[in-house]
Ligand binder design. Structure first.
Ligand SMILES: [Zn+2]
Ligand SMILES: [Zn+2]
Length: 265
């Protein structure tokens, strides 16, 4: 992912309305997947306004990726005395993954995020790198509100279970159970995307704990009851995969380290 600075020049001293016009543009860029976080610092210096954003790719802010809402907000800038922004790339963001550069996604995609992840919530199943949302078919609304809402909810639940102080078990159940509200929402989005793209779109059920390693190793697919354990982990984290149900999961974190010990000795 990349950091970019957008500079807007204003024909008069900036007012609250001027800032709101810039923030309105940033919000629609986020909903179109051209900007990947909901926090975008905006500063002013005389008649210049600057916004710093994180983008999924270096070319993410080019006009060929705009949707009708971005075009609408760009047209409205003029009403507030603002020129269209100039974009300056500040380079790659150090801790996040570059976007997927696979030619197609025949192997499939998956919905994936975690409490610290800055990347877009869709990954390529081949390389596990993120896919910019504007590359995906847009829902009827024209914006990726479903995926972004799922990502926010998933990160909230993952934060609960990682911090262990409030709602830990609630968070675990939402991430790990097939029938949780979070999983049903995510699987619905995955299924719609899969139909629109004619590629499998997987959903990951994160498993935190299990009673024993033995029971965990013989766990069956919660969707269809079939055996689904992989002979070797996919992307070092997925130990189970059911193609029929488009599900992935891991050997529970509480016992997975024992598996590594078993292999080592
Ligand atoms: Zn890829
Ligand atoms: Zn299954």
């Amino acid at each position: 992912m990349f950091v970019a600075e957008l500079t807007f020049s204003c024909r008069h001293a900036p007012t609250d309305e001027t800032f709101e016009a810039v923030e309105g543009l940033l919000a629609v860029l986020y909903k179109n997947g051209q900007v990947v976080t909901r926090i975008w610092p905006v500063t002013s210096e005389g008649a210049l306004l600057r916004a710093v954003v994180l983008t999924p790719a270096e070319d993410a802010l080019e006009s060929r990726h705009h949707n009708r809402y971005v075009l609408g907000e760009l047209a409205r800038l003029d009403e507030q005395g603002l020129a269209p922004p100039t974009v300056n790339s500040l380079g790659p963001e150090r801790l996040s993954l570059p976007e997927c550069s696979c030619g197609d996604w025949r192997a499939g995609l998956l919905l994936y995020t975690d409490f610290l992840s800055l990347e877009p919530p869709v990954r390529c199943l081949d390389c596990f790198h993120p896919v910019a949302l504007y590359r995906l078919p847009r829902p009827e609304s024209g914006e990726h509100l479903g995926l972004l809402g799922w990502q926010t909810d998933y990160q909230a639940c993952d934060t609960l279970q990682m911090h262990t102080m409030t709602g830990e078990r609630f968070g675990e159940r939402q991430l790990g159970q097939l029938q949780s509200a979070l999983s049903r929402h995510g699987r619905g989005i995955a299924s719609t995307l899969s139909e629109a793209m004619s590629v499998p779109v997987y959903y990951y059920l994160h498993r935190s704990r299990a009673r024993s390693l033995r029971a965990e190793l013989s766990r069956l697919c919660p969707g269809c009851g079939a055996a689904w354990r992989l002979t070797s982990p996919l992307h070092e984290r997925f130990d189970f995969r059911c193609e029929r149900c488009a599900l992935l999961s891991n050997i529970a974190c509480s016992v997975r380290h024992r598996l590594v010990e078993t292999i080592d000795f």
